[in-house]
Design a binder for this molecule. Sequence first.
Ligand SMILES: Cc1cc2nc3c(=O)[nH]c(=O)nc-3n(C[C@H](O)[C@H](O)[C@H](O)COP(=O)(O)O)c2cc1C
Length: 569
Amino acid sequence: MAVNSMRVLAVQSSYSHQWLINQSLFVPQSHHLLILLITPQAWRMLSRSFMTPDSNKSLLAYTPMLHARMFSETPKFREAHFQPLHEPLISHSSSSTPHEPSSLFLDGNPSLDRPLFVQFCANDPGELLHAAKYVSPFCDAVDLNLGCPQGIARKGKYGAFLQEDQTLIYNLINKLHNELDVPITAKIRILDTREKTLEYAQMVLKAGASILTVHGRTREMKGHKTGLADWSVLRYLRENLPRDTVIFANGNILKREDIDKCLEETGADGVMSAEGNLYDPAIFAEAPGKGMEGREYWRGKDGEGGWRMDAVLRRYLDIIHTHVLRTSPPPRKPLYLPSDPIPAPADEMNINGKREQERGEEEPAKKKQKKGEKKEKTTSPNLIAMQAHCFKLLRALVGKHTHIRDALARSRAGDVDAFENVLQMVEKVVGEGIREYIETEGGSYEEELERDERFKAAKAKEVSGKGIEKELDKAEMDESSVETVKNCKRPWWVVQPYVRPLPKEALQKGSLTLSKKEKAKLESSVTALKDENGKGKVEKEILGNGNGDVDENREREIVEIPKEGLVCG
Ligand SMILES: Cc1cc2nc3c(=O)[nH]c(=O)nc-3n(C[C@H](O)[C@H](O)[C@H](O)COP(=O)(O)O)c2cc1C
């Protein structure tokens, strides 16, 4: 890699489009980089598998956030989070002496996992540099996460809780800018005002960050208070930072079309998606054209469609078998298509000749573990992440087929047979769902929509719009997620975004309670804005109108270092 020439560019103007082009990370024909964040390697490969070879060049992936001190001091931690070589990473190696291809394993492997940025959180420049030197030969840049809003980040003083110590942020970035042989980039959250955010961004860039990723939410916007990211602040940064600053926008990406909308509204150079990609790893890919669906993509009567869950899960497990476990996946029958001949009962046997069964329900109980006998736990980051990934991927399906949810809940990390069993169950119900849809001419799905609470609300709005029935409060509808649900909802057998209730909805449902102080603050700001702007626009600005995700339960976990799947940005 032309590190020296990059560094010249980096010093002159640390952050330019030319820099990206030099790195081959920016393909002008493909217009913009799409960025996928925070997933272990197998999921990154899965996401890339939906792209064409050309569009793959514009897909940049990040590792999940790694704790710099733990990473540099603890070999076991390194081994459990970053596996670029078959051998453990015991020392720093130079980026300019390439490793033998046969020694390369998963993370940052040029044939599987590039471009890749490795993300750290840190509060000590020396520790950050030490950690970064382990990974620099296997990645295109190191990213500093200044966005993590969680309690553990507050406790450990990193992520968004460094905002108050801008000198430290400067020193962290500048140290790597001067001493690391790959570029340093940073991810920030917006501050209370756009002016303060601009000053903050300018400082981060001055310190030497080559790319600035901006999550359009403040540190306080998390959990049920996540709300909508404010793209207008990103537009403000675009207009007030030098034109060649590379900005990545983050927040509010639920589906493919949101990416173009975000690029247009913010003027950013790339769009980062985290949660959208976890629910739909094909979020960055073009859907196959009409008539080209094949067995993996499903399209309904209205022309709307999505990737089938059985197909996506199969791809994921095939990657786990082939690349993580380095074994062949089991032989697989073609996925069901309605045009297939009706299966004879014998065909419903699984590949081992046994009828499918839900492990743990019909199977005899496994032998109890002997006292003192310890089952070795897997340390593979990819195997550890599988259950959480499958729950997100299959969210709509397991909500309906709870026996599959239970089987998945019983699937332990490293027990790939258990996940194969889940896949068989998924294939079966997806086939049945599609068959029923065809037989009822779409009626089965329409019935399902009738039962969906938020969908009902959207329908009520349409009716009220025609002036026939109940008059719904317009402002109330604008501040709810029903429209988004309506746009995103697909039959349960295709991957789809999960639209979280908005803060106001969470408040109404009682899943969000505000402290007295928060209530008072909210009320006074609502009143002030109402006076200023008029009704309707008001709470949208305060509470947001979107769909972020933070798992509140996880937030309550008391851990020193972020765990896989913890929301950290
Ligand atoms: C399960 C999960 C894990 C996350 N982990 C990270 C992380 O390691 N580093 C990071 O910068 N952001 C992390 N984030 C935050 C996202 O990067 C992103 O800033 C946020 O979710 C908003 O973007 P989105 O709407 O595309 O999800 C995580 C988010 C989720 C949902």
